[in-house]
Design a protein around this ligand. Structure first.
Ligand code: GRF
Length: 189
């Protein structure tokens, strides 16, 4: 199974996918990593292990993902033979044409129990809201924001003294466990 990963940040979820591939629990290969942020550590992580890692130009606007950039991304992924696309901390909203290029083949990981707390900094939303439980969700990507059909979820408690950062750290442990598992479930590998 050839995977393409899109990320804007540290890439710890991509690392978890790589680790699952390395220990034989996921029969897959990451063939291309793309980032809209040339300084993102995800690019360095990929290059360190010899995975092609490229920057995509999306223009300056925070979450906008221009159509031309999406076409370019779809083309690069196809050229690399990608069969499934994993969004891993990718901070832009995917729409058609990228969705149309990979129907039912784009997954995302989100740091809440969707449909609760979609959007940015979901862990902070949970703390600010006084939630006693949160978690993470792997879901299919559709044209909405964090709205596609759910593949897997994991719960974590929100503790009385949690800060946004401490909750995020607890959620990430579960993200790293369920993302490779969700890929396995969806791809049947
Ligand atoms: C994760 O918390 C993920 O749920 C969210 O962005 C963060 C990415 O972290 N979509 P990383 O880049 O995988 O470390």
């Amino acid at each position: 199974l050839k995977l393409g990963v899109l990320g804007s940040g540290s890439g710890s979820n991509m690392q978890a996918i790589l680790d699952a591939i390395d220990d034989g629990s996921l029969q897959a290969e990451i063939v291309l990593v793309l980032s809209d942020n040339e300084d993102a550590y995800i690019l360095e992580r990929a290059r360190k292990v010899g995975i092609a890692a490229e920057v995509i130009d999306c223009g300056g606007y925070a979450q906008r993902f221009p159509e031309a950039s999406q076409l370019e991304v779809a083309q690069r992924l196809k050229q690399a033979g990608v069969e499934m696309v994993c969004l891993a901390g990718f901070m832009r909203l995917v729409k058609s044409p990228l969705l149309d290029a990979f129907p039912q083949r784009i997954l995302n990981i989100h740091p809440s129990l969707l449909p609760a707390y979609p959007g940015l900094m979901a862990w902070k939303q949970a703390v600010d809201d006084g939630a006693t439980e949160s978690g993470c969700t792997v879901h299919y990507v559709d044209a909405g924001m964090d709205t596609g059909p759910i593949v897997l979820q994991a719960k974590v408690p929100v503790l009385g003294d949690d800060t946004a950062d401490s909750l995020h750290a607890r959620i990430q442990v579960e993200e790293h466990r369920i993302y490779p598992e969700a890929i396995r479930v969806v791809a049947g590998v």
